[in-house]
Design a protein around this ligand. Sequence first.
Ligand code: ZN
Ligand code: ZN
Ligand code: FE
Length: 765
Amino acid sequence: MTRTKATELLQISVRGVVQGVGFRPFVYQLATKHDLKGWVLNTSGDVKIEVEGEKEALDQFIVELERMAPPLARIEGITAAGAPAKGYTQFEIRHSLAEEGKYQLVSPDIATCEACKRELLSPEDRRYRYPFTNCTNCGPRFTIIEDIPYDRPKTTMRHFKMCPDCQREYDAPLDRRFHAQPNACPKCGPFLELTDSDGRTIAVEDVITEASRLLKEGKILAIKGLGGFHLACDATNGEAIQTLRDRKRRSYKPLAIMLATLEQIKEHCFVSVEEEKLLTSPECPILLLRWKDGSSVSRKVAPELKYLGVMLPYTPLHHVLLRKTGLPLVMTSGNISEEPIAKDNDEALRRLKGIADFFVVHNRDIHARYDDTVAFVGRGKMQLARRARGYAPYPIHLPFRAKEILACGAELKNTFCVTREDHAFISQHIGDMENLETLEHFANTIELYQKLFRIKPQILAHDLHPEYLSTKYAKERAGEFTLVPVQHHHAHIVSCMVENGVQEPVIGVAFDGTGYGSDGTIWGGEFLIADFKGFERVGHLEYVPLPGAAAAIERPYRMAFSYLSTLLGKSALDRELPFLRNIDQYEKEVMKRQLEKKINCPMTSSCGRLFDGVSALIGIRARVDYEAQAAIELEMAAPDDFQDTDSYPFSIAEQDGVKVVKLSELFQAIIHDLDNGLPVSTISARFHHTMARMVADMCHRIAAERGLRTVALSGGVFQNRLLLKLTADLLEKEGFVVLTHSLVPTNDGGISLGQATIANFVFSN
Ligand code: ZN
Ligand code: ZN
Ligand code: FE
């Protein structure tokens, strides 16, 4: 005798990244496995499921729904409610439902998965060497999506009609390519073309074979990837790299390289366990790795640096090209200096003409520009220096419910941020907002995010700096929004707090190059008491003039000159110091006059400038080619295995209730070491120890008065791994709780998150 068990029905809603990651086929398989009937569908807001069956099976289904979800799914919440059974007879995947105003998370683009890689490299597979192979577990997402719900007609793949084989995969619930929107094959999908620098197609039997031959010959190729064009050349060929640098007008800025396999990376770099995990992750970032002596990668790839920016292939095109070429390849953003990465074929031909000898293009359009993410591992923790591919537009979780806000960020390495509910969508890296191309990219990307996430902000947060293009953008839109100006370093600290889920007041140490202060001076060596609502500037580095303003940033010897003249008196400029000998006599006279008469000499408490000044003073870097170069090379000068933990003296003065770090003894002591012929490596190490000691001493004094024990470290200067390690270790050893960045850049790429949070709390009063 069989007993009929009661049939129950569950209505389920799943939120998170659950579309475009093979979630519906997974649900289909799971339901089938448990003999459940009903349906699953994508909506603009979530994935909805109705399942009917025996109670035990339903319970099991719910558990496995979360536990066995596909690798790229990120479930943020599941709700389930019981309802009367409807008598379904099968389980099906229903058409997507667009709902007004609802939003869902969009998956970042994901590196080629193992299964696709196997097909790509198997001569018998129908996708053998096909550069656009993908499946529900990998491939383009964010860069091809024009709107939600995520379906092929709303992506740039809509121009390609699937062949019967591809359609069969797309329709088969048990196939890895079931509803894989970018599904394609050599018969029906996008294809590559090789052109000369005038855009004329070159007829070749196989584009990748020819491209790899040209690369081996030392040519420079512009190659269209996921989110834009790369400029590629042989990374072991110094001459090719020099040509690329000359054409790109970049003498020193480090270039990223790509290698075919992890084993090859290990020939050139040291790779820790954490680093290996990151390199091979679906996000597949550029990782800054310790460069081995004897590596055949040319020094010209990263002059004066100990670290090399390395990544593995992340598209099928890269896999095939790198294997065919068998060499490490430079893969740097396809742009001139600081313009945004080129994405469209005509645009690339126009902008990269004169840089690239040949172009490898294809006919799958890129909807969103998307740079490579740059990460490093410091103190055993991943830190993003540039957050884009693989990470954006996945949101940061807010420890509160946010209003709909747009925050415009700052200037360099800019991002913006839009908030909704408990999500902060920080944009992918937009770039340095110093030209109209970048401003346009910024404005277009804001529109894309507002559309994708159905956000209509009423509040707009911006930096205090009146000259930033992001501020000007905000002010031009003043009619549509309520504007909230946010101080730069307050935004840095709050960004770090949010990332760590901390809402109570902290001691914020914000060290960076430039940020507009509430008093109109340039801040950058700041000690704040901060929370989400406000801040108090309780301390800072002593002010010095920036002789010639921007000129002092481009030429750090001007900073060294200013520190000596300001802190040690004019007589210090008569000393026999090597860096002084290299300054033109006329320029010296100009600077003296500038400093004396305070002409074009804005005052700054910047920590970035202090690093610059020391770097120039001890003869490491007098002029910079890229942001923070002098400071970075000062860090590089310090030995890795430094036993001497001596530090230089400094003092802390109270001025109008504010603690000011006085730096004259520090400069005296460095000059003393120089006079005694100490190597720059020792001076650099001592200077880094001094800065860590300085932070700890300031924090102790502030803690004694205010009773706070949590310190947030933020600002671009903390990309200095040595400084971050020494400072955070010392603070922890001395009993502080230390907050540092990970998924949100410590540089100005993290500013927008802080701005959005502060704007939210300004309005909850
Ligand atoms: Zn795949
Ligand atoms: Zn096909
Ligand atoms: Fe900053």
